[in-house]
Ligand binder design. Structure first.
Ligand code: MN
Length: 274
């Protein structure tokens, strides 16, 4: 099977920030050129000599209408030792159980993006000032009052911000291209963009929330594809950059369809040093 992500013509340079909305017309590095798409079959760890401390947290729940494939995706086999399965009956209960039971270095697999809430809450309590790098086609910044759909999976980043687990200044939102007007107003008001340097400055550790719909549709099978996404090498570049700049306390994979390729998910986690 050929690796996904080979259709992306965009690239990210080796600069200090990633402007996900901008597309350079300059030539891409060789890894992003046509016919040289990265292979997902050989995960690379960015951490050297570290013991395998990551533990898998499965969250087979999707808080919205019609997200059953996301819930089933939580069963996708990954090479990390399973540490926790969270199957509570509400977003808050889910977050509370997650936050209390996180392994040392969680790799979360959802489920919808609400799976990130408990991870952020628990890691913030553990690591002090936690940054969040949220890669997603969407903002997940709605409230019950602003959400057009009412689906809770459009609200978890806002919940994490409003409960104080993370500050707006410590959040980078990467690859977002489908924000509702109230979400656009929120990011403008709070200065949230995709600048990693800004978001990581002064923080002690970082949680990476990776909704795979940040990728160009067809790269990794996802629940809610949005055209104009990042290529796999672009996402890899962001993840490596985060791991080089900070301490990755955990990572979550969400928005998956159940037929997503496990090797692709492990490849991205490895890029973040997990
Ligand atoms: Mn999304």
């Amino acid at each position: 099977m050929s690796p996904p992500g080979s259709s992306s013509a965009a690239c990210v340079g080796t600069g200090t920030t990633h402007r996900a909305g901008s597309r350079s017309s300059a030539s891409c590095p060789s890894t992003a050129g046509s016919g040289s798409a990265p292979r997902f079959s050989s995960p690379r760890s960015q951490s050297t000599g570290a013991a395998f401390a990551a533990g898998l947290v499965r969250v087979p729940r999707a808080w919205g209408t019609g997200g059953e494939t996301m819930a089933r995706a939580a069963a996708i086999p990954l090479r990390y030792p399973e540490a926790l399965v969270v199957a509570e009956d509400g977003v808050e209960a889910q977050a509370a159980v997650m936050a209390a039971g996180l392994p040392q270095r969680p790799v979360v697999i959802g489920g919808c993006c609400c799976a990130h809430l408990g991870a952020i809450r628990g890691l913030a309590a553990r690591h002090g000032r936690l940054a969040v790098v949220w890669l997603d086609a969407h903002g997940d910044l709605n409230t019950p009052e602003t959400s057009p759909s009412g689906n809770a999976w459009g609200m978890p980043l806002r919940l994490a911000l409003d409960e104080g687990s993370v500050a707006p200044a410590d959040v980078a939102l990467v690859g977002a291209r489908d924000l509702d007007p109230p979400e656009q107003a929120y990011v403008a008001e709070h200065g949230i963009d995709d600048d990693l340097e800004r978001a990581l400055a002064g923080t002690d550790a970082v949680y990476v929330a990776l909704d795979v719909d940040v990728l160009e549709p067809g790269t990794v099978s996802c629940f809610m594809p949005v055209p104009g996404g990042l290529g796999s090498s672009e996402v890899e570049s962001v993840l490596i950059d985060v791991a080089v700049r900070s301490r990755v306390a955990g990572l979550g994979l969400t928005g998956l369809a159940e037929d997503a390729e496990p090797a692709a998910l492990e490849w991205f986690a490895a890029a973040a040093g997990l």
